[in-house]
Ligand binder design. Structure first.
Ligand SMILES: Cc1cc2nc3c(=O)[nH]c(=O)nc-3n(C[C@H](O)[C@H](O)[C@H](O)COP(=O)(O)OP(=O)(O)OC[C@H]3O[C@@H](n4cnc5c(N)ncnc54)[C@H](O)[C@@H]3O)c2cc1C
Length: 329
């Protein structure tokens, strides 16, 4: 175990200042990502600043939005009665992830900032541009069955692992932060995670030391008819091979508007805007959903072992929309 300094603070701006003051400092919430990665030397902070005593742990519901504190646990958010009622897609996405024990410990901010499960990222003896910029990417020609087909680059094909984030991106949630100088800002979820491009090590639109304080989810009446479908190698305690978060606004059997997010196949929580446009005004049939799926995957780039994900994702999209359409509200 490497030695590190542990700090506990009681004000959000102090936490931001404490991390901003040290290039090697990191926030600690539930620890289910950070401590795991410290044990295998992938993350080696010299200072760890605990945010668990900052509050930021309430879920505040109004007519227009739900504001979710950064330290709310995954379980608290998933089981909140208003979330289950107004945003089934979010509740289902969270409950499909990890295990009950992990969800009880894991926080919302930590989930958003969890790191890829790419085995080459998690192995310090492998080449990984995300972990060690410029070192190469062993996944490109390695065993890449679990890797991404959307948003990939020649420098990284690591999949973003979160389920919750796929629902958040579909709901147009906003991430609210405070910086070391005390200024605050909000970042649309769609813009929060970054595709790897030439800089895979830059994963999110945060400055060093910028603290997530809460997430705001706008009220979306159509989200009552929403669904998260996750396809994976085993039924629980497993990351997605492909997943779809869908919202369907119906007028009889015609689609007034639809939203589509994809997980397990992309380098960031993926929003399929082109597919959404295709769906609006069409009949809510399986053929229509298949047409949207073709558009959503049109730009997919597969490697040696993950080609199956393209067809798997298309079928996942069709099934998710069909389930939302057929749901008895
Ligand atoms: C075995 C296992 C299986 C899993 N399966 C799934 C799954 O199927 N689906 C899924 O979606 N997830 C899964 N997860 C991931 C899990 O959801 C995350 O590990 C968890 O949400 C992280 O939250 P945490 O509070 O423990 O974060 P921590 O580990 O404490 O922190 C994670 C990151 O967030 C940063 N951070 C924390 N709070 C803040 C803040 N307020 N502001 C800025 N930065 C902050 C930390 O510095 C760190 O970089 C799994 C995890 C494990 C260990």
């Amino acid at each position: 175990m490497r030695a590190f300094t542990f700090q506990r603070v009681t004000a959000a701006a102090d936490a931001a200042r404490a991390v901003a003051a040290h290039p090697g400092a990191m926030f600690l919430a539930g620890g289910t990502t950070l401590v795991d990665l410290m044990k295998v030397d992938v993350l080696t902070p010299d200072t760890v600043v605990s945010v668990r005593h900052l509050g930021m742990s309430s879920i505040d519901v109004s007519d227009d939005v739900i504001a979710v504190g950064a330290n709310v646990t995954n379980s608290q958010l998933a089981w909140h009665p208003v979330v289950r009622d107004r945003y089934p897609v979010l509740s289902e996405a969270i409950l499909s992830g990890a295990t009950a024990q992990l969800r009880n410990m894991a926080t919302v901010a930590g989930n958003i900032l969890q790191r890829t499960r790419c085995p080459y990222f998690r192995d310090v003896h492998a080449s990984c541009n995300r972990r060690h910029p410029g070192s190469g990417c062993d996944a490109l020609d390695g065993f890449n069955r679990g890797h991404a087909v959307l948003g990939v680059s020649e420098h990284c094909i690591a999949t973003h692992p979160s389920d919750m984030c796929v629902a958040m991106v579909v709901l147009d949630a906003e991430v609210h932060t405070v910086r070391a100088d005390g200024t605050t800002r909000s970042i649309l979820f769609r813009d929060f995670h970054l595709a790897p491009g030439d800089t895979p090590h830059v994963e999110v639109a945060l400055e060093h030391g910028e603290l997530i304080t809460h997430i705001v989810i706008p009220h979306l009446p159509a989200a009552r008819r929403s669904h998260y479908l996750k396809v994976r190698d085993r039924a629980s305690y497993e990351f997605a091979l492909a997943s779809a978060a869908v919202v369907l606004d119906l007028d009889g059997d015609t689609i007034r508007a639809a939203r589509l997010g994809l997980g397990g196949i992309a380098t960031k929580p993926w929003r399929a805007i082109g597919a959404e446009h295709f769906l609006s005004g069409r009949k809510a049939s399986d053929d229509t959903f298949r047409g949207a799926a073709e558009i959503a995957l049109a730009g997919a780039v597969a490697r040696e072992h993950n080609h199956f994900k393209i067809e798997l994702a298309k079928r996942t999209i069709v099934r998710a929309f069909a389930a939302a359409r057929d749901a008895k509200l």
